[in-house]
Design a protein around this ligand. Structure first.
Ligand code: FAD
Length: 283
């Protein structure tokens, strides 16, 4: 299908992009990599009269990988995957990014587009919840920071105001034990279930644990309860089973072409157990 007619804008600053969003109101949408929005436009499920392309805004690019990590919204998933500093500081990013779609999608799809879109099937939102990331938003009222854990409200509905642009994601250098485990029907598919796990340990015991799940509710799920039951344990069989039980209380999968609810809950449990085991093996 061919998208409906639209006017194309290519601003060179965030201020100019925000100005265009103010000028055209709900008739305007920003486009980043276009790999979620353009398919929706082709299906006529979205028909913005004005497309505001963020590709010309240099300030939205760039990666800082110190103790505090900052990734510009227009960094592509491939750039994130290939960045040596990020591979050292936060290797969970590459492990998750490698499981997004295929290289063609990752070469254009951006970090900002993936997290701003609000699609519960996207992989980076749950990862951001697991990392306790902060999103930087810029709009007519200036710049504000929003915790990823408070950002997702409903499918495709987030705390971002219509005239705001997500400019960057930021988070502290995470714990050394990490895993992003994803079950999908075929290469390139969205998750049937995926789990992001970060574990810190001292003296053979868990001192910090963070667990988040992808595509198992209408928003990405941060399971505080699953992390809490791992604390103080050695990630043995009982602790992992308790974490899986706790996670089951936080997800709310629905039946669709990826399977019935019981199947999804089963897969979620298997995936989380695998992710915890791999994260523990790396602490
Ligand atoms: P766009 O499509 O340009 O934008 C998406 C939405 O976010 C739009 O509403 C846009 O207005 C808004 N937006 C974009 N950037 C900003 C910003 N900076 N500030 C405010 N709003 C913004 N993703 C996965 O996570 N896992 C997968 O397995 C996966 N499989 C895929 C398979 C295929 C075949 C395709 C085509 C896509 C797949 N995707 C998958 C989605 C892909 O990762 C997209 O690139 C991503 O979801 C959106 O990023 P984008 O830069 O393309 O955003």
């Amino acid at each position: 299908m061919i998208p409906a007619r639209f006017d194309y804008h290519r601003p060179d600053s965030v201020a100019a992009a925000v100005g265009l969003l103010q000028q055209h109101g709900d008739e305007a949408r920003v486009v980043a990599g276009g790999h979620s929005l353009i398919p929706m436009m082709k299906l006529r499920m979205a028909a913005p009269a004005h497309l505001v392309d963020l590709q010309g805004i240099a300030a939205l690019r760039g990666i800082e990988a110190g103790d505090r990590i900052r990734i510009g919204a227009m960094v592509t998933q491939s750039e994130m995957l290939a960045h040596a500093g990020l591979a050292e500081a936060a290797p969970i990013l590459a492990e998750a990014a490698r499981q997004i779609a295929d290289p063609q999608v990752r070469n254009l799809g951006t970090v900002g587009g993936n997290v701003a879109n609000g699609d519960p099937g996207n992989d980076l939102p749950a990862l951001m919840l697991c990392l306790d990331a902060t999103f930087t938003l810029e709009g007519p009222e200036g710049v504000r920071e929003v915790a990823a854990r408070g950002f997702y409200e409903a499918p495709y509905v987030t705390a971002r105001e219509e005239e705001e642009i997500l400019t960057a994601v930021g988070f502290d250098r995470p714990a050394r034990g990490f895993a992003y485990e994803k079950q999908k029907r075929k290469i390139g598919d969205y998750a049937t279930a995926a789990a992001a796990v970060l574990i810190g340990a001292e003296g053979g015991r868990v001192v910090s644990a963070s667990v988040a799940m992808t595509n198992l509710a209408d928003v990405p799920v941060f399971s505080a309860a699953a992390g809490e039951v791992l604390l103080g344990s050695d990630c043995g069989e009982d602790a992992v089973a308790a974490a899986v039980d706790a996670m089951q209380g936080d997800i709310d999968p629905v039946e669709d072409n990826r399977g019935p609810v019981e199947f999804k809950r089963h897969v979620a449990g298997v995936i989380l157990a695998r992710a915890i085991a791999r994260a523990w093996s790396r602490v």
